[in-house]
Design a protein around this ligand. Structure first.
Ligand code: EPZ
Length: 418
């Protein structure tokens, strides 16, 4: 379990290094199972979601070896078509097993996935895609079963540019017969990273990063070496931390292109930002920042995964800000906890109105991954001590966040108390 204890008020200074992207690593590790030889994956963040996925794969007969941030994945022994139900429920990304095994052996079974409790999280678009490719779907008591004698390429229009559905359809279509076209596809960098890996494995994919993706099915894929892209959400969290504490930080290992919407907002607020090939430099020399409005959208819009962190920064701005969440229906769970720390935030449906406030330390509880990141940020700027419990949510998505922040001057420590 464990808790983070934070004493607020210290400006962050120095350099902080970002890990590989969780949301790219999860589909890429799973995609390793599609090959007929081993893959070597580099810069894999060692997170709870990753280790849970590796355990699921091992239980299915795949061989996974982790050392440092490197994962070797050997699909040779894969025999079991069913993912461990209890573990699969713990992470949303376990549904990638469906696309991978459907492509590779025409059958897969898993429990409906879990993950953060941030909304309804249906997988109808994934299943619609599988069905269009010729799969039969059975849903029974929370278990999903997909099966197909043969997958046939098809034109698939996504009602919403879902990240997971785009990835699952790419995975299933890689070894289908003929061409698959995904219209209104998601454009997130993690999808581009997966497609780059699949391409080195021998897949034929065009148009990733746009809303029209074309996949020409191939007979087989071979293992490959691939380095995961930096985690743009982790990077964004540290950029907000620097701004919030009136600090001066170089966030190393981030592709500035991936955090453009955040950089644009931080500029608008009055921060000094310099983009570099190795990362992003950020300085808050102004102190008081300008209030801004934010609306979360699919990439390249402002990421929902940075909404809660940004909201903490907006509590320190000069004026009232409006945040509109359009991606998830239940992503304001951090607001009650922030208000307990003295924030003045009012929610009305999918909108939140944020007025300036002084935050003070309190005992707070994490409800989901990014809400947890927001509470850490609030603790860094609050007067006095903040005690954060249920931090396992944070550990699902941030590698050594306490140590990394301590490295740039944050007064944060972890205790193993309940
Ligand atoms: C991915 O979730 C990320 N997770 C999320 O990151 C992120 O918030 C989200 O994309 C949006 O950027 C992983 O990559 C593992 P979606 P995903 O399918 O793929 C609706 C984090 O903090 N929808 O694009 O599940 C859905 O309900 C997390 O790291 C359907 O209606 O997101 C939601 O409202 C949490 N039917 C919207 O689309 C479907 O079949 C976006 O979901 C699928 C989705």
């Amino acid at each position: 379990m464990g808790k983070y204890l934070i004493s607020g008020g210290t400006p962050l200074e120095g350099e902080i290094k970002v890990s590989g992207a969780k949301n790219a690593a999860l589909p890429i590790i799973t995609a390793g199972l599609m090959a007929n030889s081993p893959s070597k994956l580099l810069d894999i963040p060692m997170l709870r979601d990753v280790t849970n996925l590796c355990t699921i794969i091992s239980k299915m007969g795949g061989k996974v070896q982790c050392s440092g941030n490197q994962v070797m994945i050997d699909p040779a022994g894969l025999t079991e078509p069913e993912a461990d139900h209890e573990l699969a429920r713990k992470l949303r990304a376990s549904y990638y097993i469906l696309g991978v095994l459907l492509a590779k052996q025409g059958y897969a079974r898993t429990s409906l996935p879990g993950g953060c409790n941030i909304g309804n999280r249906p997988i109808d678009l994934h299943l619609k895609g599988f069905k269009a490719l010729g799969a039969e779907i059975r849903l029974d008591h929370g278990i999903v079963e997909v099966k197909a004698n043969k997958l046939q390429g098809e034109r698939i229009y996504l009602d919403y540019p879902s990240v997971g559905a785009t990835i699952n359809i790419i995975l299933a279509a890689c070894m289908a017969e003929g061409q698959t076209i995904i219209e209104n596809a998601a454009r997130e960098p993690e999808i581009v990273d997966l497609a780059n890996y699949l391409t080195v494995m021998g897949a034929q994919i065009k148009g990733v990063g746009t809303d029209l993706i074309k996949i020409e099915g191939v007979k087989a894929l071979k293992g490959a070496e691939h380095r995961i892209i930096p985690d743009r959400i982790e990077a964004g969290t540290y950029m907000v931390a620097a701004a919030l504490t009136r600090g001066e930080v170089f966030v190393r290992n981030v592709l500035a292109e991936h955090v453009k919407p955040l950089i644009a907002k931080l500029h608008e607020m009055g921060l000094e930002i310099r983009e570099d090939i190795a990362g992003v430099y950020i300085k808050n020399s102004k102190g008081k920042l300008k209030a801004v409005d934010i609306k979360t959208l699919p990439y390249p819009g402002f990421p929902t995964d940075l909404q809660s962190q940004m909201m903490v920064l907006l509590t320190q701005a000069d004026g009232t800000s409006l945040v509109i969440e359009t991606v998830w229906e239940n992503r304001f769970m951090h607001v009650d906890e922030l208000n307990r720390m003295g924030a003045d935030i009012k929610i009305d449906g999918h909108s939140a109105l944020i007025k300036p406030s002084h935050l003070t330390g309190a005992e707070v509880t994490v409800t989901d991954l990014r809400a947890g990141a927001a509470l850490i940020l609030a603790g860094l700027v609050a007067l006095g001590k903040t005690n954060i419990s249920e931090i396992y949510h944070i550990e699902r998505g941030y590698e050594n966040i306490d140590q990394k922040l301590a490295g740039i001057g944050a007064m944060i420590s972890k205790s193993n108390d309940q």
